[in-house]
Design a protein around this ligand. Sequence first.
Ligand code: TEU
Ligand code: CA
Length: 557
Amino acid sequence: QKVDSWWKKSVVYQIYPRSFMDSNGDGVGDIQGIISKLDYIQKLGIDVLWLSPVYDSPNDDNGYDIRNYRTIMQEFGTMEDMEKLIEEAKKRGIRIVMDLVVNHSSDEHEWFVESRASKDSKYRDYYIWRDGKDGRPPNNWESVFSGSAWEKDELTNSYYLHLFSKKQPDLNWEHEPLREDVYQLMTYWLEKGIGGFRMDVINFISKDMNLPDGEVQPNKLYGDGSPYFMNGPKIHSHLKEMNDKVLSKYDVVTVGEMPGATTDDARLYTNPDNNEVNMVFTFEHMDLDSGPSGKWDVQPLKLIDLKRNFEKWQHGLHNVGWNSLYWNNHDQPRVVSRFGNDGEYRELSAKMLAICLHMLQGTPYIYQGEELGMTNVKFQSMEDYRDIETLNMYKEKIEQGTSHKDIMRGIYAKGRDNARTPMQWTSDGGFTTGIPWIQMNPNTEEINVEQAINDSNSIFYTYQKLIQLRKQHNIITDGSFQLALANHPNLFVYKRMSADEEWLVVANFSDQIERLEWETCDLPSKSHRLIISNYNTVQTTEKIVEIRPYEAFVVAF
Ligand code: TEU
Ligand code: CA
């Protein structure tokens, strides 16, 4: 190991700056707001903060469309604020990880402004331009945000590729000057002392430049281009080059967001011998409650699938690469509403999910509000939704004749705005003194930081304890993983093992009481030590342990 892998013992907290804390009453979260809450983050025990993009942006996709990689979004503050944040975080032992969005830029970035101006522009090849075919786009690919992935630009009468919104043109990684410019902007930020990068859809940057049509599913208007841009032909060489030219010079952490990456892909991306990235965000466990036609096709989660999936990733990367662990981020619905129970068992199930995830091998990510058990939201009117993915999808489905009610079912379960309602600081909100850019979840009355801090039995303190345990016990970071009771429909049971210890993790994903015989877990019943539990006790006899609704505990032998 050439560097000290400090990030193996870290727990990362993700902030969505727009929704975290507003310091000046304009309804939009900002950097001074984040600074004012660093003590809270430190109290949780966090040592790495990942900020969703804070760069200058027209906010077509809330900052994931960057206009200038070297300046700060005006609404969020100034470069001085950003430098202050890095410094104040450092004082508290916290590193700042920035979001690196270089699969695409904003169409308002000067590279694109120049690129579209003429076919002879020096920047033309910074993006992917093609002529139409018989008045139609160059191929049939669909954009992640609905419609064609190609937009015709009248200025030069040709099309540019945009896998996301048409205000997010894809950068052309085949073009060396573009790559060099990206490496320079990365260096610019690393020189400011940041602790690393989370790399947005980084496994999309290398396209099959033949740009072949994708397969068209029944009832679909467009084709699926993903086989030609996910984990594409030059992805490993681009990442190695980036590592060689930039990352290898700094002691930082990198995580690549990689939809469609399998464990085999991830073994290559994260093997330290390959010098690419430290870990990846897999999407496999996030896709288990979707049907064949995609994320809006909401299906109940089968726990058995989830267990098999975690098992595959735990084994797949053990002693080869490194896992990231997450339930939530700014693109996903709230996990307590999704895989837990946000009614009667909200607190118990939120703690259960936390215990279940944080005892795995890998680096855990906590998304703002997860430590409070924040829930999904149900806005009655479409006017209250903000997310471009949701708005475009709604429009498209209405045009295709889907009923409002059916669409809303998908949005309530999966819409990204579920994660983006403002952080709940106090019973009356506490996020802003003005009008928030997106409405608060009305349950801030019961679910908020003030409440959590004052209740020694809150979800917050379960997370705090889990973070402490990770620092104290090497078995969590290094031990091997073994799934038990693989076919049990309600219980997630696994062992962690090291040379001198075994830990048993038991989590009930249902509101039923389950009974377990110690023997079936292949572990001795005597002399176990309780490490953590969401009921604070374990109901056990010599032979039988009774597991209550959403109970989770960890015992050591
Ligand atoms: O997301 C990439 C991505 O493919 C998904 O997370 C996607 O946004 C979601 O599943 C839609 O169903 C990243 C960012 O995390 C996301 O916020 C951006 O919108 C997107 O890239 C474009 O930059
Ligand atoms: Ca503000």
